[in-house]
Design a protein around this ligand. Structure first.
Ligand code: HEM
Length: 206
């Protein structure tokens, strides 16, 4: 009997994704108080400002390497945009249209690809600027100041994109979270959201 499910992510891929997620949220919570005095209350989650800074440094190193590995692992799938992807971009993924649009989407749609590229680039910028901020005495003042500005911009930008990512991966598209929890999706989910990937993996026409 044909299974109702199709494999989407391996155990390793899921462990890596959730590792990145835990380190990301640790960075976000420990970084909010450092970003603005308005959020100083968040320091109490860590038992004070110096503990929050320690958590931020440890989580920062863990996020940097794990997020970079996640990006490099998906590199080919997220950096190539074919004709179908260009059509998706032209129609804005159908999100702004009330008509039913049929888009030939592969494993990841262009929105997901752009998100993955943004997070990859943000990881590099946050990591490099983080080093300058960590050891301010070792670098010229202007480098540290530019780093503080870029670090803050990328911090806010990443949070905004992750909010959209979490919405689309959960309530926005029911059935998607299962892929990252159990590694598999239903055939009907795959046919509906990623028809080209469905055809590539099963050989069936969606
Ligand atoms: C509670 C938080 C999160 C949830 C519920 C979540 C959920 C998911 C799900 C369900 C997928 C698979 C989508 C699919 O099969 O098409 C996915 C993919 C992905 N997630 Fe997350 N995620 C979370 C946080 C994060 C964070 C913090 C990052 C990075 C900073 C991240 C980066 C990615 C990337 C790069 C992918 C590959 C596909 C893409 O680019 O969208 N996720 N996530």
């Amino acid at each position: 009997m044909i299974s109702k499910y199709i494999d989407r992510f391996s155990t390793k891929e899921r462990v890596l994704h959730w590792f990145v997620t835990v380190t990301f949220f640790s960075l976000m919570l420990s970084g909010l108080g450092l970003y603005s005095r308005l959020f100083n209350g968040y320091f109490s989650l860590f038992g004070g400002g110096s503990n929050a800074i320690l958590v931020h440094k440890i989580a920062g190193v863990m996020f940097f390497f794990s997020s970079l590995i996640l990006f490099l692992h998906n590199r080919e799938k997220v950096t190539e945009f074919d004709q179908d992807d260009q059509e998706w971009i032209r129609l804005r993924g159908g999100y702004l249209s009330t008509d039913e649009v049929h888009l030939n989407v592969g494993k990841f749609n262009p929105g997901q690809k752009m998100f993955a590229i943004f997070i990859g680039a943000a990881t590099a910028v946050l990591g490099i600027t983080g080093i300058f901020i960590w050891f301010p005495e070792s670098f010229p003042r202007w480098i540290v100041q530019i780093s503080l500005m870029l670090h803050g911009l990328m911090f806010v930008g990443s949070i905004m994109f992750v909010v959209v990512h979490v919405y689309l991966a959960t309530i926005g598209n029911p059935g998607t979270l299962e892929a990252m929890l159990w590694g598999r999706v239903t055939r009907s989910w795959a046919r509906h959201h990623h028809p080209k990937w469905y055809k590539e993996t099963t050989g069936d026409n969606p």
